[in-house]
Every structure is written in structure tokens, then in C-alpha cells.
Design a protein around this ligand. Structure first.
Ligand SMILES: C[S@@+](CC[C@H](N)C(=O)[O-])C[C@H]1O[C@@H](n2cnc3c(N)ncnc32)[C@H](O)[C@@H]1O
Length: 227
């Protein structure tokens, strides 16, 4: 049976992934590597592979969701640090990324995970393409799915935004940072309006006490099958 991944295990994984990210950045450059400024800052200014919210989410998921019966989808995964950590902790994970440079870099991170922890890498499927379209016809979205959005600000066009909002209602649980979902919501009023919009669509939205102070994570429980 898979045991809980503790902070020591995650620290070890973090050091390993950090080395991989440094190597990609130094050998390929900021833009050519697909790290862009976002992950350059993670490497050069933060000094960790796993973000503070990645770590919070691994603990949150481990405390609430069964490894055997639930599966995780991480939409807009970037370099895929969160799915690496969740697969390392024993979860079956699909991670979606639409940007070609990021997909290439996330593939390198995935390959490095496979070198060190092949069983974990087998549990983690990196899928290139736009969420949720690329999951159409797959079993990844359903009542057993825990759908996670971390920093996912890209200003989706209306049609894509409507598809993403509809996808929330197909999953048993959804976890998201309401500040960084689609568009930036920096004010309490903007986040309040968004949460009311979710509730109006039959989605229960509870703020997560574990959310870091600079984030506004919510755990959503859609009423499955609601129109
Ligand atoms: C700012 S990055 C952050 C990556 C990661 N979520 C994190 O918090 O570290 C957001 C990523 O989401 C991806 N993305 C946004 N919308 C997407 C969609 N609909 N399908 C797939 N990827 C998406 C972008 O290409 C980008 O790489």
C-alpha cells in the first residue's frame, strides 16, 4: 500500500526536480526552453521546483481523497510540478498544457521523474492540448475526478471560458485559486462575484482554510448533472 508522502519525501523530490529545471534553463535559455519568465523566477528567485501552493495541495489531496478510487486532472499544468508530486504520492494524474514550449519542458521533467521513480511517472500522463477540448471522449472527466486549477490566468476567449465552466460540473470535486482562474481577480469584490456566479450554477464553493495568504483557494462541489 502507498504511504503518505511526507514533507521529507517532497523535499527530496523538490531538490531533484529543481536540478532538472536548472539544467533545462541553463542549457536552453529562458524562452527557448519553454520556462519563460514564470519558471525562470521559480528557479532564480524562489529556489524551489514545487511552489508553496503545490505543497499545500499535495497535503490537502492526501488528507481527503482515496488514491485507488479517485483520479486527478490538473488543467494548465505548466511544467507539471504538481502532477509529479501527486503521482509521487501515489495518485493517478492527467495534466494538461496547451503551450508548445511548456509541453516540451514538462515532457523533460516527466522523463526525469521516470528515470528516478518509474512507477510514479507511469501514474502521471502529460497531455498536450487545450483543456477541456482535448479530454473529449476520454474517461478523465467524471464524478471520480478531482479537477485542479492552480495559477491558470490566460484570459480565455468566451467560447473556451464557457466550455471550462461547463467542465466544472462534470467532476466530483474541483479545487481552484479563484484569484488566478482565467482572469486575474485581485479584489475581494471580483472574487465574491465569481463565487456567486459559481453558486448560481449549482456549484457549492467553500474557501479552503489551508489556502496560502496570497491565494484564494476554494473547494467546489458541483451538483452533478445540474443544468
Ligand atoms: C501561469 S502558468 C502556471 C502553471 C501552473 N498552473 C502553476 O501554477 O505553476 C499557466 C499555464 O496554464 C496553461 N493553460 C491556460 N489555459 C489552458 C487551457 N485551457 N488548456 C491547457 N493549458 C492551459 C498556460 O499555457 C500556462 O502554461
Amino acid at each position: 500500500m502507498q504511504r503518505q508522502a511526507g514533507s521529507g519525501d517532497l523535499a527530496f523530490l523538490d531538490g531533484y526536480l529543481f536540478r532538472v529545471m536548472v539544467q533545462i534553463l541553463k542549457s536552453e535559455g529562458v524562452n527557448e526552453s519553454g520556462l519563460y519568465n514564470y519558471y525562470r523566477a521559480r528557479v532564480e528567485e524562489v529556489g524551489f521546483a514545487l511552489s508553496h501552493y503545490d505543497r499545500m495541495l499535495v497535503d490537502y489531496v492526501q488528507a481527503r481523497f482515496d488514491r485507488q478510487s479517485r483520479r486527478i486532472v490538473h488543467a494548465g499544468t505548466g511544467l507539471g510540478t504538481l502532477p509529479c508530486a501527486l503521482a509521487f504520492a501515489g495518485y493517478t494524474v492527467a495534466a494538461l498544457e496547451q503551450d508548445a514550449g511548456r509541453i516540451r519542458a514538462a515532457s523533460q521533467v516527466h522523463a526525469a521523474l521516470a528515470d528516478a521513480w518509474p512507477a510514479a511517472a507511469e501514474r502521471y500522463q502529460l497531455i498536450g492540448g487545450e483543456f477541456p477540448t482535448v479530454l473529449g471522449g476520454t474517461p478523465w472527466l467524471g464524478p471520480k475526478t478531482v479537477l485542479i486549477f492552480t495559477n491558470c490566468v490566460t484570459t480565455w476567449p468566451d467560447e473556451l471560458n464557457a466550455k471550462i465552466m461547463a467542465s466544472l460540473k462534470t467532476c466530483g470535486d474541483v479545487i481552484m485559486d479563484t484569484r488566478l482562474f482565467g482572469q486575474m481577480r485581485d479584489t475581494p469584490d471580483e472574487r465574491y462575484a465569481f463565487v456567486r456566479q459559481l453558486e448560481a450554477q449549482g456549484i457549492d464553493a467553500a474557501p479552503m482554510a489551508e489556502s496560502p495568504p496570497d491565494a484564494f483557494y476554494y473547494h467546489l462541489k458541483p451538483t452533478l448533472g445540474a443544468p
